[in-house]
Design a protein around this ligand. Structure first.
Ligand code: UFG
Length: 346
């Protein structure tokens, strides 16, 4: 019998690498494809160091359908875990067509190749952004979707809808759509973590770069929200908890679940200033910050109702805010320039 593989698209990225580690440790065979636009194969080398296993990896763009087909010819794939996509909210507002072409077009290609090869199991990396501004809290999976205002978030919503239609048209398909809240932190080893290119858009990578001396000061976007301290409140989830949610989803798919959706979050909200304080306490590093106006498109508060995932996947988060900060700092301090070598001083 030939070996069966899980195909991980975007497997060299932040969430992908952590998912690959958990999959390998749970005994699955993994093949990675990544176009390396926002990642490097160095991360896969680190995954191999952590797990002691070889990870077959290919530089493939999902827009290149022939290259995707070759992967399906080369490996016996039983399920696809689909992380690949562009993810910068601000950029998506400036370049909507790039986002629709890459994220939606790439996914349609992938689904077509999967259909051609009768691989009808997919786990999709969606986002809490599909809920838009919450109508109630905590946000459960029944909350209306599709009202988010940026193109990035809309690509997640459209892809969810496409996957739902594919499952409705052919009952042999199974899909688990996972809506992530705010993934932070890094693997305990300090070998893999988030490696943003340029100025980080997200809060915790920015905080970590201030701590390591790459940036002077954090800008806090808005202190006049209707929240306990006036700064935005989010549901931060440890990346390893999030990655383990994907292993739980694998088991769900094996039950032939049809198309199902789960929030991956902790159910607890923390403000920007809570996060800064927690990071300072966990690491002993001072984080200077200044208050600035709100960032366009941001909302005051969002956090998950995670109980459906607990009931149906048997999964819940176990890692504390302190651990998120400690693990992030281990990664950032061991790798001040991410996967890139330190710039030479000459
Ligand atoms: N923030 C700052 N300063 C920064 C960066 C962020 O104050 O330099 C604040 C934001 O205003 C917000 C909070 O920190 O209140 C979290 O911001 P992030 O950018 O880290 O996360 P978001 O919740 O805005 O975005 C995340 C994901 C997106 C996704 C979105 C959906 O990163 O991919 O959730 O809610 F679309």
């Amino acid at each position: 019998m030939s070996t069966e593989y899980v195909l991980v698209t975007g497997g060299a990225g932040y969430i992908g690498t952590h998912a690959v580690v958990e999959l390998l440790q749970a005994g699955y065979n993994v093949v990675v494809v990544d176009n390396l636009v926002n990642a490097s194969m160095e991360s896969i080398g680190r995954v191999e160091e952590i797990t002691g296993k070889k990870v077959p990896s290919h530089q493939v763009d999902l827009l290149d359908k022939e290259a995707v087909k070759k992967i399906f010819q080369q490996y016996k794939i039983s399920l696809v875990m689909h992380f690949a996509g562009l993810k910068a909210v601000g950029e998506s507002v400036q370049l909507p067509l790039l986002y629709y072409h890459t994220n939606v077009g790439g996914t349609v290609n992938l689904l077509e190749v999967m259909k051609e090869f009768s691989v009808k199991n997919i786990i999709f990396s969606s986002s809490a952004t599909v809920y838009g501004a919450p109508q109630y809290l905590p946000v459960d999976e029944k909350h209306p979707t599709g009202s988010c205002t940026n193109a990035y978030g809309k690509t997640k919503f459209f892809i969810e809808e496409i996957i739902r239609d594919v499952c409705a048209a052919d009952k042999e398909w199974n899909a688990v759509i996972l809506r992530y809240f705010n993934p932070v932190g890094a693997h305990k080893s300090g070998k893999i973590g988030e490696n943003p290119q340029g100025v980080p858009n997200n809060l915790m990578p920015f905080v970590a770069q201030v701590a390591v001396g790459r940036r002077e000061c954090l800008t806090v976007f808005g202190s006049d929200y209707d929240t306990p301290d006036g700064t935005g409140v989010r549901d931060y989830i440890h990346i390893v908890d999030l990655a383990q949610g994907h292993v739980a989803a694998m088991k769900k798919i094996q039950e032939k679940c049809g198309c199902v959706v789960y929030n991956l979050g902790t159910g607890v909200g923390y403000s920007v200033l809570d996060m800064v304080k927690a990071f300072q306490k966990a690491t002993g590093k001072e984080i200077p910050y200044k208050i600035a106006p709100r960032r366009e498109g941001d909302i005051a508060t969002v956090y998950a109702d995670p109980k459906t995932a607990e009931q149906e996947l048997g999964w819940k988060t176990t890692r504390s805010l302190e651990e998120m900060c400690e693990d992030l700092w281990r990664w950032q301090s061991n790798n001040p320039h991410g996967y890139a070598p330190a710039p030479s001083s000459s």
